[in-house]
Design a protein around this ligand. Sequence first.
Ligand code: HEC
Ligand code: HEC
Length: 333
Amino acid sequence: MPFRRTYLLVPCLALVSLLGARLEAHSAAQSGSTVELPRWAYPVLPPAPAAPKAAIPSTMGHVPGSTAEYNLHAIPSLQVVPDWFPDEHPPMPPVVGHGRLPDIGACGHCHLPTGMGRPENQSVAGLPAAYMLQQVEDFRSGARHSSEPRMASVEHMILDSRAATPDEIKAGVAYFASLKPHRWIRVVETDTVPATKISALTLVVVDPDKREPIGNRVVEISEDQEQTELRNPHSGFVAYVPKGSLQVGESLVRTGGDGKTIACTTCHGATLHGVGNVPSIAGRSPSQMAFLNESARIWISSGANAAQMKGPVAKLSASDIVAITGYLASLEP
Ligand code: HEC
Ligand code: HEC
């Protein structure tokens, strides 16, 4: 008998507004940076006026191949983790699957039950547990933060790192460390891209028939926007990069590009899948890798091992970062 799950989800609006208020206070404390960031990696809009509270309507959403269903209007809640394919991953610990009221967003809401994340929420599948514990500790202590205080996803990560207990963090990290990353991003070299606009920390296509020059950017968008909004773990992303990026990126990553940088392979390993507690950078989101490179360049303070990244990123230009992150994303994770 096909097993059918119906989740009647009532997201807690009070929680959302509580997190919102904490976020504002936290972001304000960190603003003030004057460094120009690559906008393609930080799709943020000016703050919108608060929407009036209203009852959440119930419209059930489905994805191909799954018998589960979820209320479409509840999916944006930080404590909702649509688990379309529960047989494809180990059981999630509570902090990953639901979070905890009043103020812990579920790790799986942002990083997904597969740990593959989205452009605005990092992929964590299969990273070394000790590395991840250190990162969460760095978020908690304030050593690691975003170069763009309006990246609400990062600010929520920081709030979670402070609100979760050490045991919850250990359980969340052990879960993600146990997962195997899979290909999630298709990289395409091109001169033009579909016109996009910023929506909720990601880029979305305005009109698939309207194209514009790619310029000096990576344009990372959903393969299928509707499926991404449902958080379908079978529907990934496409990253458009300017023509020629992959070759330039490969040279910078593998040889250091005539002294522009230190070959990433020196520390991240010959296949770029990481060595010991140095994380894998292969097959991960170019937006994530770019904001981490930028962060390494301009962080005011830095976590225990983050200093090692300052040298490699010191002299990289905006187009080097496009080429490097595009090349890294094209690799098998
Ligand atoms: C609201 C979304 C959100 C939630 C909930 C969330 N994270 Fe994150 N997490 C992020 C974002 C965004 C980043 C990347 C931050 C940055 O750019 O520096 C991140 C980064 C991380 C990293 C660092 C990965 C790396 O490669 O450096 C770890 C580890 C992590 N999260 C674990 C967790 C755990 C464990 C939980 C649950 C207790 C959790 N996250 C909950 C959004 C979230
Ligand atoms: C001298 C050694 C060294 C070199 C060379 C190096 N890295 Fe790193 N990198 C590290 C270490 C160590 C970390 C983990 C930092 C931490 O623990 O906070 C890291 C982290 C990263 C991260 C963050 C990954 C994540 O999961 O959050 C990215 C992205 C990255 N490196 C990209 C690069 C790129 C691209 C290059 C080449 C241009 C490069 N690195 C060269 C040592 C190095």
